[in-house]
Structure formats: C-alpha cells, structure tokens
Design a binder for this molecule. Structure first.
Ligand code: DP6
Length: 365
C-alpha cells in the first residue's frame, strides 16, 4: 500500500448529519518508537501490547455545512469544552484532509472521555487519536456506501485506513486499532509490516503471553516535561541515533523468537533494556532530559530485588515519563499484585495505580 491508495474517489452524495461512537485503547510499547521522519514515518519499527482498561471513548457528531477554507469543530472532555485540544486536532485534520476530503463539509462535535484519570501522565494521544480516526472512518464508510451496494468498504481496509490516519495524529496511535500485539514500521522479518500503519502481529505467540498483566504505577501525574514531538525531534542529529535504530530492528528480530518460544527471561531482558535505552536517548540528547523521578528508580530496584529473591518473571517498561508499567504473566498475577501493594504502591503519587491486561483493540459502541 502506498499513501495515494488511501485517497478515496470523489463522494457522490454527502449525508446531512449523524454521529458515531468508538472506544479505543492505549498501548504500551515493548520495542519503542523514538525518532521520526517527515509525515510521521518512524525511524525504526516498534511493537506494543494493546491495553484493555485504559481507553478513550469518543462520540463524533457531524452536521453538513457550507464548506469554506476552514475546519469547523468543537471539542469536549467529560462534557467540558476543551479549546486547548484544538491545535492538535487542527494539525491532525490538516494532515489527513487529502485522505478524507469531506472534512471541510461538516461541522464536528467531538465528545471524549477517558477511563483513566486525565492528568495521570498516561498518554491519551494513542487512544484519543485512534478513537477519532475510527469515528471519521465510520463517516467515510457511510459516504461510500451511499454510492450504491457495490461500494461497501471492506473491514480490512476500514481498520488499515483508520490506523493510517491515526498515525498522522500521533504515531503510537496507529498501534491501538486491532490486535493484542501490534507492529508498526517496516521490518524485513515481519510480513506485511509498514511504516504507514500498524498491523496485527502475524506470527505464533506462546501461551506464556496470554492475558499478560500490566500494572501502571502513577509516579508522577503531572503534565509531560517534554512533549513526545519534541522528544522525537531530539533524535535528529543525536550522536547515537543510527545505532539505536539498528538496535530496535535487531530487538524486534529477537522478539519474534522470544514470543514464539515463550522465553520469559529473554523477554524481561529485552523489554527492560528497551525502556532504559529510550531514557538513555533522552539523557544523551541536546538539550538533555531526565524523565525518571527518584521513585521511578526506587521501583525499578525493588522489582529487581523481588525478581532475584523469588525467581519471578516480573519486569518493567517506561514511556517518555516517570510512570512505571509493571509487566508480568497471568500465572503470577496474585503474587505480583501482592508485591506491588506491599512494596511499590508507597512510591506512587497518592498511592495510585491502574491494573490492566492485554486487550484486543477498539470497539464500535
Ligand atoms: C515513548 O506516539 O506520542 O511512547 O507521533 O509525536 O505523537 P507522536 O509521538 P507518540 O510517541 C510515543 C513514544 C513512546 C514509545 C512508543 O509508544 O513506542
């Protein structure tokens, strides 16, 4: 698929109004996306677990209007008007207009809510942008079906284009559409992988990874210290960039075997190394940042101590912030949760944490 394949033929008939509701999850990367080229093309392929509890639900209502040169929309979070969300959505609309030429023909009301606390430091851009992309695709599907019965949209095209659009809103959002493990970015060993959209991981996954658990420890619920866009840009001219991109490719190659064999020791080593490398990239960029907090390190050390004394396969991963994702297999759920409550919750802001599990992707409501 090429970018031009996502440009639809002209719509013959614009529906007057309507609304769609989609719920879409967040995801947590195992091999991280960090660094991008123009048009939201990643410097390296990445893979993530789709989460099940951390979701955004978006209702998109649309009313036909006299089209002009502007986009017309309003945004609400939990019924409250959010004008500060508008610039990001305006940029998104501008990037996708060529692929959804109806955007200026409607006024949109975007009503959104998250299942996780808004200021939790959990990125809502992946779930938010994917939910919005799906709502927009539902409109396109309706416009295309109004051509006549021979013009129904294939389900696979619907999801693929939704992922393609979501990527243009936020890179990691293209990994939040469909599948429990999702790959984004061209990789020679992964059939069908593309820089343009995420795909369901196409190979065998060992039962050890079934219902994998992710407990998100909220260490710092403040606003992100560095926006991901700024963070990605720091990889331009970064002294270690090329090696890092090579390493991500190699890690994905290794992960294919790990996922097949169910080797949790190798999984732990690869996932933790990826997390620390992401932070190492930020510490060694110019300007440089430390996004971990003292409690992030306390938690990491506690996890290492627990693993050593218990033989557990629990491990951590990090986003571009201080919160810690604690990952562990389902058969350890009771014990690890006990450990988390006894030893880790004390390092969370207001003792807050979120229990999650691998999920299957977005849902139409
Ligand atoms: C550290 O997808 O938020 O979470 O494309 O600029 O919106 P933009 O960036 P974003 O970056 C996420 C980076 C990460 C790693 C990952 O999810 O792979």
């Amino acid at each position: 698929m090429l970018e031009k394949d996502f440009i639809p033929k002209p719509y013959t008939n614009l529906v007057e109004n309507g609304s769609f509701i989609w719920s879409s999850p967040s995801n947590i990367a195992l091999v991280k996306y960090w660094g991008k080229k123009a048009q939201q093309i990643p410097e390296n392929p990445s893979i993530s677990f789709t989460l099940d509890n951390c979701k955004t639900t978006t209702k998109l209502s649309f009313t036909k209007r006299e089209s002009d040169n502007n986009f017309s929309f309003e945004v609400f979070l939990d019924d409250e008007k959010k004008d500060d969300f508008k610039p990001k959505i305006e940029t998104f609309f501008r990037r996708i207009e060529v692929y959804l030429p109806f955007l200026k023909d409607y006024h949109f009301k975007i009503e959104t809510s998250n299942t996780f606390p808004h200021s939790s430091g959990i990125a809502s851009s992946a779930s938010g942008m994917s939910a919005l992309a799906l709502c927009l695709m539902s409109i396109e599907k309706e416009l295309i079906s109004s051509y006549g019965t021979s013009n129904t949209m294939e389900e696979s095209h619907f999801i693929q284009k939704a992922s393609f659009l979501a990527r243009l809103g936020s890179g990691s959002a293209c990994r939040s559409l469909e599948g429990d493990l999702v790959v984004w970015g061209k990789h020679d060993d992964i059939k069908g992988s593309s820089d343009l959209f995420g795909i369901k991981y196409p190979y065998e996954v060992h039962a050890n990874f079934k219902n994998y658990q992710d407990t998100i420890l909220l260490v710092d619920k403040g606003e992100k210290q560095v926006s991901s866009t700024i963070g990605h840009n720091l990889m331009h001219g970064h002294p270690f960039a090329q090696e890092r991109f090579k390493q991500a490719n190699n890690n994905l190659t290794d992960l294919v075997d790990i996922l097949k064999d169910g080797d949790l020791n190798k999984f732990v080593a690869l996932v933790e190394s990826e997390a620390l490398t992401l932070h190492a990239m930020m510490m060694t960029s110019m300007p440089y940042f430390i996004l971990m907090k003292p409690n992030t390190l306390e938690i990491i050390n506690k996890i290492w101590g627990y693993r050593k004394r218990s033989g557990s396969k629990v491990c951590f991963t990090l986003d571009a912030g201080a919160n810690v994702h604690v990952l562990y297999p389902e058969n350890e759920a009771t014990k690890v949760l006990e450990f988390i409550k006894n030893e880790l919750v004390a390092y969370c802001q207001n003792g807050q944490y979120i229990c999650d599990i691998i999920g299957l992707g977005a849902n139409k409501l």
